[in-house]
Design a protein around this ligand. Structure first.
Ligand code: F6R
Length: 608
């Protein structure tokens, strides 16, 4: 949610690099873009509404002088997308430039106070109070680092801020954060700061985390990190990231989403290689807890829904799933230090999830995190982290990170099953073998369904509403399929339990109404047949995802996607979702939308 980049180097223009870095950060927001550089005590500014390449075509973001600069790609919170609301924002004299990710909650009162002092505001954003506050502090000679420290005492909310000034310190970038991510990179004679690693991945794989309550000053020669509370210097080792710059490229695919769907077999394989100890430790924490909650949002919530089934059927443990956004309003202070939370968040930065976890942690609850990002906020809060191995996911709609979350949950369920003894060891071994086969099965599922999903999109693209039905674990699959379609193709899509569908949603069905059944060969199958018959009797156009050679279900369906081989029922989401991911991708294409950058969305949602 908003991408930030700052670069300071010894010589040469930074603008072309900032332009490319913003493209790599665009998944965080893409309604407007801005770059500011400094050369000879003067700010150069280019910013406007639109995606990076649209703004570049208009303004040429590469042609800006200066070896220091900051850039921003925006997901609007305060103020509609427009040139004036685009970052960077400036003080009255255009001497201080600021980019910000987050929300300053007390900006109204600060704006009033600053306006009364004569400051002129040009935008409707909360961010703009920051350069004006800095201007106020710096007018009597305070330096940039000290002024930023003062600002942090005045502002409330969540933020990652990167600032620079034309004054005496024009070769310095200062940054600080509270609640929103910033990572720092170093390469000889260049320092980088960014919201996320892919921004500077082509230059370095080493990153230094900046944590809440810290401030960093970057020059081309060095990075100095200080504690905001007492000014003491903080020495922190860099972390080497295993991601490669190539992984953050489309590599011949037309979109990241399609590439990431195709990368799923490898992502699962790599996650299956996680050290056994890491999985066992998670299982131990869960096993020793009285109550287990799974918390997540969006697609990660659907992993939790599927994960519950895995835990229940393999280990006899049924966690409670709660949307992280509503957790503190639901548990009514009933948490104790005998409880445990499994927090699932691919980015590790989702504010809803982080806030819920902080709330629980204060009450002594143990936290197991499942995240795809090294050093992300959740990993620092958790007692134990499982780091999934999807590599960078750039497409806004989660696909391969969903798959690796399911993989980790399956691994934990198996380890937990061994601890509880709910399932005999031989069956656990059979299930483990099945899990190891899933990369191959996903691969073949992609091959046999890609063309079909394109064809089905051709038939259904103009349907205003679609229903996805499943039973048991397949409700999670149906939920995820409906979310994908809404997100990127903007069709109204609803997921329901097939059992529940006759208690209301069936009223929607009329001739040709598309109903998509997720119908694996598990114990729900015969009841699903009943539900298909009910829908068909009312004229529904039935699409089913079924096991190959299930001729009975095939004969009841107008269109089928098939899964090449039977798998253990708890893991079916990992395979049955694949044709439906492809279907939503081709629906978006058929309707002329960019599946990588759906409207109104951003990959990492860092507001409440
Ligand atoms: C859907 C999607 C979102 C995220 C949700 C949580 O395709 O990407 O629904 O799943 O915003 O994000 P994380 O997993 O980063 O907490």
């Amino acid at each position: 949610m908003c991408g930030i980049i700052g670069v300071v180097q010894k010589r040469g223009d930074v603008a072309p690099f900032i332009h490319q870095a913003l493209k790599r950060l665009e998944y965080r927001g893409y309604d407007s873009v801005g770059v500011t550089t400094i050369e000879k005590h003067k700010l150069y500014i280019k910013k406007d509404q639109g995606k990076v390449e649209e703004v570049h075509r208009k303004l040429d973001l590469d042609e800006m002088p200066g070896s220091i600069g900051i850039g921003h790609t925006r997901w609007a919170t305060h103020g509609a997308p427009s040139m004036l609301n685009s970052h960077p924002h400036f003080d009255c004299k255009n001497e201080i430039a600021v980019v910000h990710n987050g929300v300053i909650e007390n900006f109204m009162e600060l704006r009033k106070e600053l306006s009364a002092k004569g400051h002129k505001f040009r935008s409707e954003t909360d961010t703009e109070i920051i350069p004006h506050l800095l201007e106020d502090y710096m007018k009597d000679g305070m330096d940039l680092v000290e002024a930023v420290k003062e600002v942090t005492k005045r502002i409330e909310g969540t933020y990652a801020i990167v600032v620079m000034s034309t004054k005496e310190e024009e070769n310095k970038i200062v940054c600080t954060r509270d609640g929103n991510p910033l990572v720092i990179g170093r390469k000889e004679n260049v320092s980088y700061v960014s919201s996320d690693i892919p921004a500077f991945l082509p230059m370095t794989n080493d990153m230094i985390l900046l944590l809440d309550g810290e401030i960093a000053c970057l020059t081309s020669d060095e990075v100095r990190i200080e504690s905001l509370s007492d000014g003491s210097e903080i020495k922190r080792d860099s972390i080497e990231i295993s991601w490669t710059a190539d992984q953050a490229q489309k590599s011949g695919y037309p979109h990241f989403m399609l590439k990431e769907i195709h990368e799923q077999p490898d992502a699962i394989r790599n996650t299956l290689r996680l050290k056994e100890d890491i999985i066992k430790q998670a299982a131990k924490i869960i096993h020793s807890s009285d109550r287990v909650f799974m918390l997540a949002m969006g697609t990660s919530g659907h992993s939790a829904l599927a994960g519950r089934h895995m835990f229940a059927s393999i280990a006899g443990v049924l966690p409670t799933f709660e949307l992280a956004s509503d957790f503190s309003d639901t548990v009514y202070g009933s948490l104790t230090d005998r409880d445990c939370i499994i927090a699932i968040t691919q980015s590790g930065e989702t504010t809803d999830t982080i806030t819920a976890v902080k709330y629980a942690k204060e009450r002594g609850v143990k936290i197991v995190a499942i995240s795809n990002v090294v050093g992300s906020s959740i990993t620092r809060l958790a007692d134990h982290t499982i780091l999934t191995q999807a590599g960078p996911e750039i497409g806004v709609a989660a696909t391969k990170t969903f798959m690796v979350q399911l993989t980790s949950l399956a691994l934990i369920a198996l380890a937990l099953g061994e601890l509880t003894g709910f399932t005999d060891l031989k069956s656990i071994e059979t299930k483990r073998k099945c899990l190891e086969r899933i990369p191959e099965i996903v691969s073949e599922t992609i091959s046999r369904n890609e063309e079909l999903s394109r064809r089905l999109a051709g038939e259904l693209y103009d349907k205003t509403s679609l229903l996805f039905l499943g039973r048991g674990v397949s409700i999670a699959t149906a939920e995820e399929a409906a979310l994908k379609l809404k997100e990127i193709a903007y069709n109204h899509a609803e997921a329901y339990s097939a059992g529940e569908s006759k208690h209301g949603p069936i009223a929607l069905v009329e001739d040709g109404f598309p109903v998509i059944f997720v119908a694996p060969n598990d114990k729900t199958r015969s009841r699903m047949i009943g539900n298909i018959m009910e829908m068909k009797a009312r004229g529904a156009s039935v699409v089913s995802v079924i096991l190959k050679d299930d001729t009975e279900l095939e004969s009841l369906s107008k269109f089928v996607f098939t899964i090449p081989e039977d798998i253990e029922p708890e893991f079916s989401t990992m395979v049955f979702i694949v044709p439906l991911q492809l279907f939503s991708y081709y629906m978006a294409l058929r309707k002329g939308y960019d599946p990588d950058m759906p409207r109104n969305l951003a990959k990492s949602v860092t507001v409440l």
